[in-house]
Design a protein around this ligand. Structure first.
Ligand code: IPE
Ligand code: IPE
Ligand code: MG
Length: 239
């Protein structure tokens, strides 16, 4: 297992969980079976972060606003899997003192999915050890457009002045303004692109792409990504 310095952990890690379809093809199984296998990786990574102790937030990209372009069969399988995962894992997550949050557009999600998500948020609301933030029906451009709209509404209503609109104000109108700054963004399957994920938050994040399909991702891969993060020299525009 790659060595990581537990004193300099990223406070907020996000993962673009990619490669389930290619993993499925490699194993001669359906894409749905690939997603099912990916759920095991979610469990492993949540556990590993919780164990590390100082990771304050883990954001997982589960379904993008563009993923509706996939076949109905696959979309249905993904949402069925999400409900199954919630039912199986919620009590465990709660016992681990993890608070669950979601980010994305509620519009477009079925009443059942919304009910499941709300139940998770409600059940874990007071937990404090780590935040598990799941991006569902999430698109970064949608998030930015929604923030602009919310700000415009406040200006129109008179509760916000034009002069008050700055980066901090804008940030407060994003979907999850209370999470720590994003430090490390991991993408699996070897792709190096953002696919409309956290465009605002990624500004000074370190990006690590690993050549492993998501269903094969386990604790050693997470440690490898953190070790790579710790080798980087973050300068934030200074020297
Ligand atoms: C990621 O795996 C899971 C989701 C997008 C929900 P993919 O399904 O994108 O897998 P590939 O990229 O086709 O291998
Ligand atoms: C990004 O992966 C979305 C999620 C992981 C949920 P995609 O597989 O959908 O992205 P592209 O199509 O390769 O850009
Ligand atoms: Mg993909």
């Amino acid at each position: 297992m790659p060595a990581v310095d537990r004193k300099h952990l990223p406070r907020h890690i996000a993962i673009i969980m990619d490669g389930n379809g290619r993993w499925a093809r490699q194993h001669g199984v359906s894409r749905a079976a690939g997603h099912e296998a990916g759920a095991k990786s979610v469990r492993a990574v949540v556990e590993a972060c919780r164990e590390l102790g100082r990771v304050e937030a883990l954001t997982l990209y589960a379904f993008s606003t563009e993923n509706w372009r996939r076949s109905k069969l696959e979309v249905d399988a993904l949402f069925r899997l999400l409900s199954k995962y919630i039912n199986l894992e919620l009590e465990n997550i709660h016992k681990e003192d993890i608070r669950v949050t979601f980010m994305g557009r509620r519009d477009g999600l079925s009443a059942r999915v919304i009910r499941d998500l709300d139940r998770c948020v409600e059940r874990t609301r007071t937990n404090r050890s780590m935040v598990l933030n799941v991006a569902i029906n999430y698109g970064a451009r949608a998030e930015i457009a929604d923030a602009a709209k919310a700000i415009a509404a406040e200006v129109k209503e008179g509760s916000l002045g034009l002069a008050q609109i700055d980066e901090h104000c804008f940030e407060r109108h994003l979907y999850q303004p209370d999470l720590p700054e994003l430090d490390l963004l991991i993408r699996t399957s070897g792709e190096v692109r953002l696919s409309n994920f956290m465009l605002w938050q990624v500004s000074y994040a370190e990006i690590v792409s690993l050549p492993v399909f998501w269903p094969d991702f386990r604790k050693p891969h997470l440690y490898e990504a953190i070790a790579e993060y710790q080798r980087r020299n973050r300068r934030f525009g200074g020297r």
